[in-house]
Design a binder for this molecule. Structure first.
Ligand code: FES
Length: 157
């Protein structure tokens, strides 16, 4: 078939799931990057759970795969290495610390800006981790950078 080549492409099952890696390997390394249809994603293993997100930060495209994970108000967040934006692993929400100036003694509180980073649905089957192809009929801020860095050879760190 001249029109399709699986060389270098992610392995896709007949049911559409895309193989990312072995469960044990990701548990050991804690994170792994992959490309699905040219799109950079990162899978984290944190406190017993797998999470898959777009690898490029919704703010300006920073590499979340290089970030540290922090607990904020009981939510595991990836901290972008570029400008320290915090994104929840579970939902892809951008968090910010806000102050209500109308309060008598305002103290900063973590608040959500809503879902900014695309989360990818994971499936674990027989010791292997798979993601579902993204549903592009719904859009997220991180799509812009996913598109911009798509198939891009070198990662800006
Ligand atoms: Fe991630 Fe700016 S690019 S915080």
């Amino acid at each position: 078939d001249l029109h399709s080549s699986s060389r270098g492409a992610a392995e896709m099952r007949p049911d559409g799931l895309i193989f990312i890696g072995k469960e044990e390997d990701i548990k050991k390394s804690g994170r792994i990057t992959a490309k699905i249809d040219g799109r950079e994603i990162v899978v984290f293993y944190h406190e017993g759970k797998f999470h898959a997100l777009d690898s490029r930060c919704y703010h300006e495209g920073g590499p979340l795969c290089r970030g540290e994970i922090e607990d904020i108000n009981g939510q595991a967040c990836i901290v972008c290495p570029w400008h320290k934006f915090k994104i929840t692993l579970e939902t892809g929400e951008g968090l910010y610390e806000g102050i209500n100036p109308l309060e008598p003694s305002p103290t900063p509180q973590w608040q959500s800006k809503g879902v900014k980073q695309r989360i990818h649905k994971l499936t674990i089957d027989n010791g292997s981790v798979y993601v579902c192809p993204p549903d592009l009929s719904v859009s997220f801020d991180s799509d812009y950078f996913a598109e911009k860095y798509k198939n891009g050879g070198e990662l800006a760190m």
